[in-house]
Design a protein around this ligand. Sequence first.
Ligand code: AFP
Length: 315
Amino acid sequence: MADERGSTKFQIDLRRHLRETGVERNLTRLICEISEASKYIINSIRTGDLGVAGTSNLYGEKQLALDVLADRILEKRMKHSGVVASVISEEQEQIIEFNPGHSDCYSVAYDPLDGSSLVDVNLAIGTIISICKGNALLGRGRDQVAAMYILYGPRTTLMYSTGNGVHEFAMNQLMEYTLVQENVTIDGNSDIYSPGGQRNQYSEGTERFVRTLEEQGCKLRYSGGFVPDINQILIKGRGIFMYPHLKNRPQGKLRMLYELNPMAYLVEQAGGAASDGKMRILDILPQEIDACSPVFIGSKKEVALAQEFLAAEGY
Ligand code: AFP
């Protein structure tokens, strides 16, 4: 459908791509509803209030007005879509049920505006979406049926997978998402690395791993936004992101349901890997909705190398 990145003989929009790849009707509707919601989120980022909302989220983090607004936009869209059984948002305290018993519905875990603390300095941020069948929100990530993100950067792009490869779309001047490339692949050796968290809190194993990457000539690329940092690895086809176990934060910072599971699904679909340093992220069974985990995600070779260092030098 698309020749080299960005140039297509004709513009294939998101709905058409979903239909032509045989995605189930309600799932197509859900993914398109989320893409529609992103247009309102874009507008709120560009023109909205950058102040605090005066409230805190599940993690005790101060919510920005934009966090709350983006959350409301998405929740409303999914509630009225008619195909969503329940949702959980990083900005909400608990699971919200719309159609709990509906057998052919989906459940969605989402981070409406990941990296929102970067908006005031005009850095790229994103919306992260995890989709499960029925009400399986607290299941293992391997049971997801789809994952996607929207990246609000110099260009607005959307990446999705329903289990048949990872496909990139860009928003055009009419605010339509049109296909840029299909089957995004991670198959190179890393020459970039994204080390989250304070370096002086790293375990010996993680420290040795990072030093080895630097000795191999890897360059540090870390924006503070999970979505642009993962997008960089997917588009370049190589690299590794980590937010590891820290001495002062053993579970790391990133959240299983609406950050790690969807990104691990996309990265694995692109031929990469995602681990907590010992096991596959998608095999972890979250114990609560706010579960966090250490993460090493990106090129398979470097994720495996991280696991070797942690096993040998200490997790
Ligand atoms: P915010 O949403 O609070 O900006 O956090 C963003 C994030 O969850 C993720 O997008 C980044 O990869 C990570 O935190 C950055 O964390 P540090 O600020 O500790 O580097």
